[in-house]
Design a protein around this ligand. Sequence first.
Ligand code: HEC
Length: 152
Amino acid sequence: MTHRLLTALFAASLILLSGTVGAERPEAPLTDTSSLPALGDGWRDANPYRGDEQIAAVGRTLYNETCSKCHGPDMNAKGHPAPPLRRLQRYCKKVQDAALKARCLADVDHYFVTTVLKGKYILGVEHMPAWDGILKQEAVWAIKTYVDSRSR
Ligand code: HEC
């Protein structure tokens, strides 16, 4: 083997290694999201899929692929480190006034999307990874639709 070839191999293995070390970003899910109605680039203020059961089914697969290892499979958080997502809307459920209720739900939607995109970092420690650039808007709202369908 020539010296040059060895150098090239060494450089290539360094690139591979640094790639592995730097690969802290979560993987994109494999779930087929092509059935989800396209929403374009601008993020919606509130869940455009709310209440759609077919979308919730896609969201369930996405959730189990990307969120369940911390939040529990099928939203069953028992024995898992992250908080249960079933209870996110508990305040809104008590609101009687329809307009106020819609605003309350939109508020939770906003918190949900922001949390998913930015993750949860406390004093620089990652509690939950950021999914910005990994999960598309359609996927995030589908997961939210599933979470809502299981909320208590
Ligand atoms: C590596 C583990 C991990 C993964 C994967 C993960 N989360 Fe989290 N998540 C956490 C932890 C831990 C918290 C609590 C952070 C805190 O408040 O300190 C959290 C908090 C949240 C919250 C806020 C809950 C509340 O009660 O305030 C939401 C919403 C959330 N996660 C949604 C998701 C969704 C949706 C996914 C999948 C796309 C996901 N998470 C994937 C660990 C994770």
